[in-house]
Design a binder for this molecule. Structure first.
Ligand code: HEM
Length: 154
């Protein structure tokens, strides 16, 4: 296995875990939790889901730029020489990182505080905000993977 292939595999696995996890949370777990659980149980479930999922997202968030920049150095003479889709990947990564940090550093502590205080209306409102941010991040992630797959030449 070449060093580039190892970086490439790690890069794809990190992207898969992050975007795939958001897809599962948004498309499968969210509607299943809404139809089966009352607000207190649902909010406690999400708190635990985010805690466990973010243990995987943080390493993915670090692995993506490290492996990506490593591949950049191996494949291209400079950042300017890299194709446009790689520049777009980096820009979209920054947007995804900002949204992830917003949920993890700002909204999740608010959700934890609401659940601890058993303030279910407030918890529901915060969960709604998290849902919107994660939904948007999922769309960016799916768009990013589509862009690198089709490699537009504009
Ligand atoms: C700073 C962040 C990132 C950098 C520097 C970076 C860089 C790279 C580079 C250099 C390649 C190899 C492209 C080539 O040589 O043809 C690549 C491939 C890829 N990256 Fe990224 N990337 C970053 C973030 C992301 C993110 C956030 C995702 C998805 C969530 C992602 C998904 C992919 C995929 C799916 C490929 C495979 C494309 C293909 O070869 O068909 N990358 N990336």
């Amino acid at each position: 296995m070449t060093p580039h292939a190892a970086l490439y595999a790690l890069h794809l696995l990190a992207a898969l875990i992050w975007v795939g996890g958001m897809f599962f949370a948004w498309m499968i777990l969210r509607p299943a939790a809404v139809t089966t659980l009352e607000p207190p149980a649902r909010l406690r479930l999400w708190l635990e889901v985010f805690r466990r999922f973010f243990h995987w997202v943080w390493p993915a968030v670090l692995v993506l730029p490290i492996t990506g920049v490593g591949m950049l150095h191996m494949s291209y003479t400079s950042m300017e020489a890299a194709p446009r889709y790689v520049h777009m990947m980096i820009g979209l990564y920054v947007a995804m990182l900002a949204l992830f940090v917003r949920v993890s550093a700002l909204l999740l502590p608010q959700l934890r505080a609401a659940v601890t205080a058993e303030n279910w209306p407030e918890g529901g409102a915060v969960l709604g905000r998290i849902r919107r941010v994660v939904g948007f991040n999922l769309l960016i992630g799916l768009a990013l993977v589509t862009i690198v797959a089709i490699r537009p030449t504009f």
